[in-house]
Design a protein. Structure first.
Length: 88
């Protein structure tokens, strides 16, 4: 499943994805882990820009993906990821 959102700038989109494919190739090279509220998030950077944040919970994998040129700030990416509430 993928949800796509517009940033308000023409041509810029970011998204949230969910899959039960735990070994998806796009998820294999995290930069580091961070813990928020008892949950573990995997952070993927492109240079100094946070490009993707992954949460694995209840047998599924969820990730927040920045725009192609990483227009969302690192703080916005973290806020969106922390706000994810996976269903059981």
């Amino acid at each position: 499943m993928r949800l796509v959102f517009r940033t308000g700038v023409p041509g810029q989109f970011w998204g949230i994805e969910q899959t039960n494919w735990a070994a998806a190739p796009a998820l294999s090279e995290k930069n580091f882990l961070r813990h928020f509220g008892g949950r573990t998030f995997e952070f993927f950077y492109s240079g100094s820009h946070l490009h993707m944040i992954v949460l694995k919970q209840y047998g599924a994998t969820y990730w927040v993906v920045n725009t192609l040129d990483d227009a969302l700030s690192n703080e916005t990416m973290i806020s969106v990821a922390r706000g994810l509430r996976p269903l059981r």
